[in-house]
Design a protein around this ligand. Structure first.
Ligand SMILES: C[S@@+](CC[C@H](N)C(=O)[O-])C[C@H]1O[C@@H](n2cnc3c(N)ncnc32)[C@H](O)[C@@H]1O
Length: 249
């Protein structure tokens, strides 16, 4: 059954940081969204080293919970050229989003807040495609210099898509960006089923990174099979959590 798409209800804090009125939580901290992304998700998954060692033309798959403003992808694209140093990469970026930003909100964010460099990719073309999002699986293409992105957006509650996703991406994910609002504000997302699916779909040596070190998240990911490690955070976060799938079991 196709459900109607529900856009995010946003309250802009200081006209810079989106806050969800449904989850009563900010998408990222008021002080430094880009730095947080770079530290937590990109460096937390050792993407600079992994892109640095990637052969020319190779593929890399990232899965993310919560596309929101897309900022994790935009920051990655901004830095990917430096990491790849002339080589090309085919990036599959799969993201789940229950309440996508309304096209006008995303345009406002990209152009007025993030101030996206228009030479990074065809932003207008992307926004035109984004307007046609439907619930379910959407496939969009982004060409960004040396990186070709196959962006798969699952629109709707990720719990509805975990089985389909696990079937399509079994042992196929290189890195997980485990985003989403804080577990205390969004407990429905941080489930054992999600952690199990993350493990099942990760490659051997596949990794995850998340901003939260909440006990239920640590236990859930460890029970699913990941080796987990707390590492220093940035900004107001003292620690974040990273992990790796070391074996098949
Ligand atoms: C902290 S925001 C971050 C989003 C994004 N990574 C960014 O930087 O803008 C969390 C996102 O997770 C989405 N989300 C929360 N629960 C979800 C669920 N059960 N299924 C899919 N998306 C969900 C929210 O709608 C929101 O866009």
């Amino acid at each position: 059954m196709i459900r109607d798409l529900t856009y995010a209800s946003i309250d802009w804090q200081n006209d810079t940081t989106p806050k969800s009125t449904v989850f009563d939580d900010c998408y990222f901290s008021v002080t430094g969204g880009k730095e947080e992304t770079l530290h937590n998700f990109i460096k937390g998954n050792k993407i600079p080293e992994r892109f640095g060692n990637a052969p020319d033309g190779c593929g890399f798959t990232i899965a993310e919970t919560g596309f929101g403003t897309g900022s994790n992808l935009w920051v990655l694209l901004e830095h990917a050229g430096d990491y790849l140093d002339g080589r090309s990469l085919e990036l599959t970026f799969v993201s789940f989003e229950k309440y996508p930003l309304a096209p006008g909100d995303l345009q406002h964010y990209l152009q007025k807040i993030y101030r996206i460099d228009e030479s990074l990719f065809d932003t207008a073309g992307f926004l035109a495609e984004y307007q046609n999002l439907q619930t379910g699986r959407n496939s969009l293409k982004i060409d960004s210099g040396s990186v070709t992105v196959n962006l798969i957006l699952y629109i709707g509650d990720l719990n509805d898509y975990l089985d389909d996703f696990a079937w399509e991406y079994r042992d196929g994910v290189d890195a997980w960006f485990l985003d989403g609002f804080a577990p205390c504000k969004n407990s429905d997302m941080w489930t054992p089923e999600l952690f199990k699916t993350m493990f099942m779909t990760s490659k051997i040596n596949g990794t995850f990174a998340t901003f939260t070190v909440a006990g239920m998240v640590r236990r859930g990911l460890r029970n699913a099979g990941f080796s987990i490690m707390k590492v220093p955070g940035c900004g107001l976060k003292r620690e974040i959590l990273t992990g790796i799938r070391l074996s098949g079991e």
